[in-house]
Design a protein around this ligand. Sequence first.
Ligand SMILES: [Mg+2]
Length: 394
Amino acid sequence: MKERIILHCDANSFYASVECAMHPEYKGKPLAVSGNPEKRTGIILAKNEIAKPYGVKTGEAIWQAKEKCPDLICVFPHHDIYEEYSKKLHEIYATYTHLIEPFGIDECWLDVTETAHLFGGALNLAEDIRNRVKTELGITVSIGISFSKLFAKLGSDIKKPDAITCLPKDNFKELTYLLPVSSIVGIGRKMKVHLEKMNILTIGDLAHIPTEILEHKFGVVGRELSLKVRGLDYDLVKSMYDEEAPKSVGNGTTTIVDIFTPEEVRNTIFYLAEEVGRRLREKKLLSSTISVTVKTCEFCYEHHSNKTTPTNSTKEIAENALTLLNSFWNYSEKIRAIRICCSSLSSVQIKQLSIFEPITYKKSSLSLALDILRAKYGESIIKTGSLKSVSFLR
Ligand SMILES: [Mg+2]
């Protein structure tokens, strides 16, 4: 097998960097993206490079962060804008290869084996990406270049922000084997504890343990990990452009205050159905099973599903979800979170014609028209009548 050239590009402090790129007045100041202290989401979600030396940590409460860094600017998250920046990053990457596999909103693997020579080699190509992201988007990426996904990802973590690290096959061991095992993607806190008990502290320790021992202890995961850290990793970069059809499309929310009345529940369901319907239409899919999960303020879950006629209309999805919810919910308890999910997906082309076809068609065309408006002018350009008063939603 020809040696592969894989890049892992990781946008640094993504949310906070996008906020700084959007607002030059924040330049040079410590900034965090956070929830609202009055809501349940009053924690730090991300911080910029300037806030890091103060010890501001993701996941801590805003008041704790401000104690360490009194000048910390806290801004609300703007997920629509982060999605836009993520798409812009993908557009830049797509000029170098079509083999792009996103990993979360701000990370991607790129297989440039067949295209690197067109850009003067892998390092020049990576330099090009690094510079373009900085000048065109005003944010930075750190890039790892290696022969496998695992070491490319590790490379992007070694030097950051705005840096490139090469871990080639002939000396990746010297460059990585002294690093702690927890540097490897997929080794979480629990596994780290198990490994420590086996006296496996570094990547090198892991590579020197016989595969059978790791397989015996951790199953397939242990076996794969053992081979990967030795450089025997043939995991392909799965192109986002030939993505497999999803099995389900869902959306859920934790409300700011517990919701109670049928009207509040109805509004929440319509709010959630907007996104589910849009994603189904975008992927040209119809769903014929609706599921609703309700979490009460006592943290009890209720989950129910129902068969429906195939649809991707926001209104029908919302109505189906509401009918299902009303069949098991009696509004005697407060709700903390709701999730709706559409499954049993089929492609639009094979939709069965029904006597209600003209009505469904009209609903779908309305939904499609709304999608086009939103894609062109942004999410907030138009909301359906049912979403007029959803102040309790995030
Ligand atoms: Mg990142």
